[in-house]
Design a protein around this ligand. Structure first.
Ligand code: BGC
Length: 356
């Protein structure tokens, strides 16, 4: 039997270059480093003792963001002058492995990954009391906070690179979590009251009449990324009725009984299969709720999706939501991504938590 923890570490290290993690080099579209994916891969690696790899990722992020400080300054100056922004004014959602920005039409204005990076970096600094890393990354943290503070209310692509024209509570949760983390590390970087403002915005604008938080303002469906509201970003506590209602709806609408978790009901990407990393996320929520008996079957399901050589895909297509869309994506981009480093990162994280 393959040791999936060891294999995951090996796969992740194999696709880490000078700190940057490639999302999935064998998939035509994913040969880049995303801050969102990377933060979770690093968090998982650190959880199983691979601290050098995780640290290198945070350093890569800081180096890369600092490289674009002039871009952020000119965006802020444009905003101060009241000028409209162009799509090319924003920081990208993903970088080439050497930190370059790719010139293509991939959806770019997306903020949640920046929040995830801040959150993950602070967790790492605090867990390892790594003040040297904080000193090194601090200028990039300040820059990132300035960028996010200026733009948090602007509609931008969600974590799945969809719905550019909407405001997504999961994205706001990531910014909230990132800001709170930075505040806990050092006062004075995040503008006073900003995190509370974001939270109030979500609670006054994004709670559906039925009591759950919605996928985006104006769409009362749920998305599995709403789990982030509580775990890990704590915009809502686990026992908050609004989170409980969201969780109940996620369980009912997008968890296949005995199987995995879908992104959202109307997903058509590769037909809309069950995502390993989201199934592991739901397991994490159950662990935080002290329900290990509910977490274990989800973990076992995710583990069972690994290929015989220990590769964990992005999603599995045995029970897709829209079978008519499977071929469309295969013809466009080839078979779906595997191994996906983010799936492996979440696997490592949950593996370490289930040991406790
Ligand atoms: C997902 C993103 C992810 C990227 C790389 C996209 O299909 O929507 O969340 O960052 O793949 O894994």
């Amino acid at each position: 039997m393959i040791d999936l923890q060891q294999r995951s570490i090996e796969i992740i290290k194999g696709w880490q270059f000078d700190g940057a993690y490639a999302a999935c080099l064998s998939f035509s579209q994913y040969g880049y480093s995303w801050l969102r994916d990377g933060a979770w891969i690093a968090h998982g690696m650190a959880a199983v003792g691979q601290t050098a790899s995780a640290r290198a990722f945070y350093q890569w992020g800081a180096r890369t963001l600092w490289r674009y400080r002039a871009k952020v300054d000119s965006l802020l100056a444009k905003l101060a002058r009241g000028e409209a922004l162009l799509e090319s004014d924003y920081l990208p959602t993903r970088f080439k492995l050497d930190g370059d920005i790719n010139q293509d039409d991939w959806p770019n204005f997306q903020l949640d990954g920046y929040g995830a990076w801040l959150w993950g970096l602070v967790q790492f600094v605090q867990a390892h009391d790594d003040q040297a890393l904080w000193a090194e990354t601090r200028p990039a943290v300040r820059l990132t906070v300035e960028y996010l503070a200026a733009l948090w209310q602007s509609p931008n692509y969600d974590s799945w690179e969809e719905h550019r024209d909407h405001v997504h509570p999961s994205t706001l949760a990531a910014l909230y979590g990132g800001f709170r983390a930075v505040e806990s590390q050092e006062a004075g970087i995040v503008p006073a009251g900003l995190a509370d403002l974001i939270r109030d915005f979500v609670l006054t604008r994004a709670v559906a009449p039925a009591g759950h938080v919605m996928k985006y303002l104006g769409n009362e469906a749920v998305d599995a990324n709403l789990l982030w509201l509580a775990v890990p970003y704590r915009l809502l506590e686990l026992d908050d009725p609004r989170f409980q209602a969201t969780l109940t709806k996620i369980e009912r609408d997008i968890h296949r009984p005995g199987g995995g978790v879908y992104r959202y009901r109307k997903d058509t990407y590769y037909g809309g299969g069950e995502w390993l990393l989201l199934t592991l996320w739901l397991a994490w929520v159950y662990l935080e709720r002290r329900q290990p008996e509910r977490a274990r079957p989800l973990f076992a399901w995710a583990e069972a999706q690994a290929t015989p050589t220990g590769e964990m895909p992005e999603q599995v297509g045995d029970h897709v939501l829209d079978p008519s869309m499977v071929d469309y994506w295969i013809n466009r981009w080839g078979t779906s991504a595997s191994p996906l480093l983010w799936s492996h990162g979440m696997y490592l994280l949950l593996k370490s938590k289930l040991k406790d």
